[in-house]
Design a protein around this ligand. Sequence first.
Ligand code: NDP
Length: 296
Amino acid sequence: MTGTIIDGKAFAEGLRQRIAGRVAELGRVHGVQPGLAVVLVGEDPASQVYVRNKAKQTVEAGMRSFEHRLPATTSEAELLALVARLNADEAVDGILVQLPLPPHVNAQKVLEAIDPAKDVDGFHPVNVGRVATGGGGLVPCTPLGSLMLIKSVRRDLAGLDAVVVGRSNIVGKPMAQLLLAESCTVTVAHSRTRDLPGVCRRADVLVAAVGRPQMIKGDWVKPGAIVIDVGINRVPAPELGEGKNRLVGDVAYAEASAVAGAITPVPGGVGPMTIACLLHNTLESCCRRRGLPFAA
Ligand code: NDP
């Protein structure tokens, strides 16, 4: 038996289309165009690709994109001054500072300088706290997208055992909060967890956010479980040619998909949801800041 393959690419495309429809309506009815500012410091090649894709999809959704590319030598004070300007700019509804920042900049200080109402990454402690207390904060994009994919195969998660492997601030912890809010019984596993295979085997919903290629084996998966693979790992692929790489997740996909009830592939699962959810959050912050109803 092979589980349902959760097509994150198609889901993200549908979400982006719904967002574009709402953006067009906002313009028609209220004369408002949401704007997203992305700040990139330095030349990190992966970050440059992300920022380019974010800007492209922002414009495709009908929003304004403001790109700020700064040299790696930018000081913390200069970056904080830019964030202050973006906070004050009425045309900017969302601010995203691309991580990682150069080592001489205190990333936490910069993230905390962003107006929580424009914090579309959901990393500001005010939003972290609101999400944890059920108070309607902006939710980090990757966990938000992961939850949407889980709910695309099962609407009611109440009472299910959920296991999140990974406890980072950007994926694992907010994912656990979202599943708790869905009334799952949540276990957060990490590098010090004892008997990780046994813990994973209890999961009706298993989220892998570890960063270790194919670590979660097929026999760690409960038959019928929903498996969400957040991991993006580049591994050598000599079969594709000398020096070639391919992307794999944190889950041994071939084995796990034979056991799972539903599973996300890598690539084409959670990955495409992250930018779609960034647009979702920008639209949400645009509507909330103006007291307009929000639905996407
Ligand atoms: P981090 O490195 O910040 O966190 C990894 C977590 O995995 C840590 O909590 C760590 O535990 C845990 N871990 C590491 N090794 C083991 C192990 N052997 N057994 C159990 N737990 C372990 O990573 P991120 O959360 O930022 O990202 C996780 C993965 O998701 C990466 O592959 C990343 O590329 C991907 N990612 C994908 C995104 C997308 O858009 N799809 C977006 C963001 C990330 P401990 O805390 O004890 O060290």
